[in-house]
Design a binder for this molecule. Structure first.
Ligand code: FAD
Length: 462
């Protein structure tokens, strides 16, 4: 199969766009990647937190079901770092601090078991390839996850745990997502147990040195085909070709790129902001489509000091700002890194604080969680809510009504424009794995189209 000479512009140098671009380049296409930021990787972003340590400011974790990601990691000679960290977990539930060997908060186990059973029952109803065709799709899509919880009338401990679970899994406030989206996300990510677990689950490993290294390695293969600081603002097409317009938000420079096909590999709320001529037949987002809200905080220590106290660094708090913390120290223990997550409604309030206010809140929370530890030497905050070129972290959130409205046309080409990005993947939606699979899918789509055009030219010339 080949795409020899086909001119393709890829919009967005996240892992989805980069995967599509490299697959197309290898099939012989003439590829240009236009990236708005001054770096590649999008939601995979390395944050230097000391002279020798780079932490994952965005995506970090992966597990055995992430087969395409694992294969790319191997192909690019990168190493995995285990997230296993022995020791007790720390919990701060209603301001009461406890520690225990379990990763689950000290809540009524029967109530949590009942919650998971009911979640599994909804997850089982979701059509894995076409959520909009699920049994009772319409009613599940109409209902918010918050309303679902209220209607289920569960034990108070299940009600306490549910927003923590959705905040951790989806960086979402349950009021902002439909039950169909919640159930689809949990199913598409490999099931509740896999998604929720570290060992044997979706958080088993990190990429040693940071997940951005994978994006940099792929971008290196693409070389000068990747153009940074080229935010795409408009896409014109007619019967002959397509013209992609970029407009620099730094100095107002305009540029035009002519192509046979375009791959738009950016989150849906941003795709909706591009001017398409002719206009899109189907929207990429609706007024109900929200953004996941995540702020990542890195607390640096000279070494993983909590281990000396028999603690794993894993914590869960019912009152913010830090919903959870994880030990993300480098494997050689040359530094101690605790990653904290602020998500959902708490992230919006946290984001509105000054940097000093954010730091004070985080340090006060760290003192309540780990009173026996010295203060961290540094506190770095990565606020995805203010990232103009992400609009949704971990991913976009489909609100009530969105799956029925947007789902059926998520990957439907708009003439010469094709779609990629983690939010177009029904497998591992919202995750790196979903983004990679979307890039592979769109590259196949274009290569098949080129092959079909080539076959019909041969038939005509006979
Ligand atoms: P993006 O990475 O968003 O790439 C889109 C690119 O397009 C960006 O580079 C952007 O700058 C660019 N762009 C946007 N608009 C334009 C424009 N108009 N013109 C040109 N370029 C444009 N996933 C996991 O698997 N495991 C995790 O542990 C995990 N944790 C996460 C934690 C956080 C805090 C965040 C933010 C995300 C996390 N994710 C995780 C999700 C994961 O990062 C994403 O699913 C994945 O990186 C999405 O890739 P993408 O290529 O689809 O989109």
């Amino acid at each position: 199969m080949s795409a020899d000479g086909m001119r393709v512009v890829v919009v967005g140098a996240g892992i989805a766009g980069l995967t599509a671009a490299v697959d197309l380049m290898e099939a012989g296409a003439d590829v240009t990647v236009l990236e708005a930021r001054d770096r590649v990787g999008g939601r995979m972003h390395g944050i230097p937190i000391s002279a020798s340590v780079v932490a994952d400011g965005g995506a970090a974790y992966l597990g055995t079901q992430h087969t395409e990601l694992l294969s790319l990691i191997r192909q690019h000679g990168l190493e995995l770092a285990s997230t296993a960290s022995p020791g007790d977990s720390t919990f701060l539930m209603s301001d009461r601090r406890t520690t225990s060997a379990s990763r689950m908060p000290p809540l009524n186990a029967v109530a949590l078991g009942d919650l998971f059973d009911r979640l599994e029952a909804v997850v089982a109803q979701v059509h894995p390839e076409a959520p909009w065709r699920s049994r009772r799709a319409e009613s599940l899509d109409r209902l918010s996850a918050a309303r679902w919880l209220a209607d289920e009338r569960m034990h108070p401990d299940a009600e306490t745990f549910f927003p923590l679970f959705i905040g951790e899994m989806m960086a979402a406030d349950p009021a902002a997502i439909s039950v169909l989206h919640m159930a689809f996300y949990l199913r598409s990510g490999g099931g509740i147990r896999f998604l929720n677990a570290f060992e044997g689950g979706a958080q088993q490993w990190r990429i040693d040195g940071g997940s951005h290294l994978l994006c940099s390695a792929i971008a290196e293969r693409l070389g000068e085909r990747v153009r940074l600081r080229h935010p795409v603002c408009a896409i014109d097409q007619d019967a002959d070709d397509v013209v992609v317009h970029s407009l620099s938000d730094v100095d107002g420079t305009r540029a035009e790129f002519r192509a046979d096909k375009v791959v738009v590999a950016i989150p849906p709320l941003l795709a909706q902001g591009i001017e398409f001529r002719p206009a899109l037949r189907w929207p990429r987002a609706t007024p109900h489509t929200g953004r996941g809200c995540a702020v990542k905080v890195h607390l640096s220590y000279p070494e993983p000091v909590w281990r000396d106290h028999g603690l794993s660094g894993w914590s869960v708090s019912s009152h913010g700002p830090l919903l959870s913390t994880v030990d993300d120290s480098p494997p050689d223990e040359s530094a101690g890194v605790l990653t904290g997550f602020v998500t959902g409604k708490a992230a919006a309030a946290f984001s509105a604080l000054s940097s000093e206010g954010q730091r004070d809140e985080v340090l006060a929370h760290a003192r309540r969680l780990f009173p026996q530890l010295p203060p961290p030497t540094r506190c770095s905050v990565t606020n995805w809510l203010t990232e103009k070129y992400s609009r949704g972290c971990y991913a976009a959130l489909f609100g009530p009504g969105d799956w029925l409205r947007l789902g059926p046309t998520l990957t439907e080409p708009h003439g010469r424009v094709h779609w990629a990005g983690t939010e177009t993947s029904v497998e591992f939606f919202g995750l790196i794995e979903g983004a990679i699979r979307s890039g592979q899918r769109v590259a196949c789509e274009l290569i098949h189209a080129a092959d079909a055009a080539d076959d019909s030219r041969k038939v005509m010339s006979r």
